[in-house]
Design a protein around this ligand. Structure first.
Ligand code: LLP
Length: 430
């Protein structure tokens, strides 16, 4: 049976037992666009965007949902998010250039990063970026100088590290003391940053930001961190600092496997807004504007990767390797974070599982395994493997390792498709 919890909202199985996304038979898409292919379901992107806005604004109307572009962005996706009323978080001049290109209102864009370059900051300020989220002392100086040269006063948030462990992979844990991101509260550096920022004439600190990590399958780390952050904020009025904006970042989890049940958007919203309001009351602070930054939880469930089976190697009593035409070049997550995924045969969705196999990629590394030990019908070359929950941090972290061309991406909706990224060609590799 199709594990519905990991597939896009529009997913169906047609009378030919084929996987259908956005009203499009994925076997036809594979024929028309080739594989590996990433299929994004437009309905899912739009629905999850609306769900985030509704669930947070129901509880705290003054909320901006700023999509974490790093999960995956391009011009088409940015336009959809703009239509749905989201803001954006960007972490590079490249991501910002997409925003500028589609005419996204820059006042709703937050520029993050632990080492923004002078060129990036100049680019951001020239285009009128809404907020720069300042990460360190070097950046405080650099940004103030860039703003002074451009004769601007830039609104900023200060990124602080509350030292809360969100219980996720160490590579994606960001709000603990030993992290490259943000000013730690515990060492006094966060307070020092506020004091300096208030004194500078070309930057205007209006809020604080923290991002704990990702994906976070619990709501408690958010409430704990918010308590610490607001306790910190209440002491800052002595510097003339007022907390007008507050962000606990993103990191909301999604289901990657059939047994995973992350908190709902409503549960995240309840826990964050309750902690915000309770702590503001406790510390006599006016309730600030809230900014949340979901990336994965909007784009992740929308994307499905489709691969074609090629070589099959059976090592009796050990393992059967089924190799597909993509792998770590388009999805580095299993190799990098030991991430688990489901696999479903797209051209025979409801066939009964017959054996346990391992889905391997085509890259020249033993670690290039997409899904280990998955129960599937007996596979043959030419079968299509779909891997759901692949919308976030797969195409966006893709590489041309081994000079394999990166996959095409199509957006599917009501039986129509749009190629939103063409497949790399061999010529691109030269
Ligand atoms: N805000 C900030 C400041 C962030 O650094 C991130 C993610 C987000 C928001 C969005 O997090 P999300 O809601 O997408 O979880 N490559 C890793 C994830 C790295 C996340 C980096 N920062 C992965 O594949 O799991």
């Amino acid at each position: 049976m199709l594990p519905k919890n990991v597939f896009p909202i529009s997913t169906e199985v047609n009378s030919q037992n084929h996987l259908v996304i956005g009203g499009c038979d994925t076997t036809v898409l594979a024929k028309n666009f080739g594989t590996p292919l990433y299929v994004f379901d437009e309905i899912t992107v739009r629905q999850l965007s609306r769900d985030f806005i509704r669930e947070f604004r129901d509880l705290h109307p003054n909320t901006t949902v700023a999509y974490g572009s790093k999960a995956f962005t391009n011009k088409t996706i940015a336009r959809i998010l703009l239509e749905e009323g989201l803001g954006l978080d960007v972490v590079s001049g490249g991501e910002l250039s997409v925003v500028v290109h589609v005419g996204f209102p820059l006042q709703d864009v937050y520029f993050h990063g632990n080492n923004k370059t002078q060129v990036e900051l100049e680019y951001a300020l020239k285009h009128g970026i809404g907020r720069v989220v300042v990460d360190n002392f070097y950046e405080l100086e650099l940004l103030n100088n860039v703003a002074a040269t451009l004769d601007k006063v830039q609104d900023i948030l200060i990124r602080v590290s509350p030292n809360v462990d969100p219980h996720t992979h160490s590579h994606t844990t960001t709000g603990t003391l030993d992290s490259k991101f943000g000013f730690p509260i515990e060492t006094g550096q966060a307070e020092e940053a506020i004091r300096i920022a208030v004194e500078k004439s070309n930057i205007n600190p209006i809020g604080i930001h923290a991002h704990l990590g990702s994906p976070i399958f619990e709501t408690d780390p958010y409430s704990t961190a918010i308590g610490i952050l607001l306790n910190f904020a209440r002491d800052l009025t002595k510097y003339g600092f007022q907390l007008k904006e507050f962000s606990p970042g993103g990191g909301f989890a999604i289901a990657y496997t059939r047994d995973q049940e992350p908190p709902s958007i409503r549960q995240y919203a309840q826990s964050i807004v309750t902690a915000l309001i309770e702590n503001c009351t406790k510390f006599h602070l006016p309730t600030p504007k809230l900014i949340v930054e979901p990336g994965r939880s909007i784009i992740g469930p929308a994307g499905v990767a489709i691969y074609t089976v090629g070589a099959i190697k059976n090592i009796p009593n050990i393992r059967k390797y089924v190799s597909v035409d993509g792998g770590m070049g388009d999805n580095i997550r299993p190799a990098l974070y030991d991430s688990k995924y489901e696999a479903v045969v797209a051209n025979r969705v409801n066939d009964d599982p017959e054996e346990i196999v391992t889905i391997a990629g085509k890259f020249c590394e033993s670690g290039d395994i997409l899904v280990k030990d998955v129960a599937l019908p007996t596979l043959q070359h030419g079968d299509l493997i779909s891997i759901p929950a692949s919308g976030a941090y797969c195409p966006s972290m893709a590489s041309t390792y081994n000079l394999n061309p990166r996959p095409a991406i199509v957006l599917a909706n009501e039986g129509n498709t749009r190629l939103i990224r063409r497949r790399d060609t061999f010529e691109d590799m030269t």
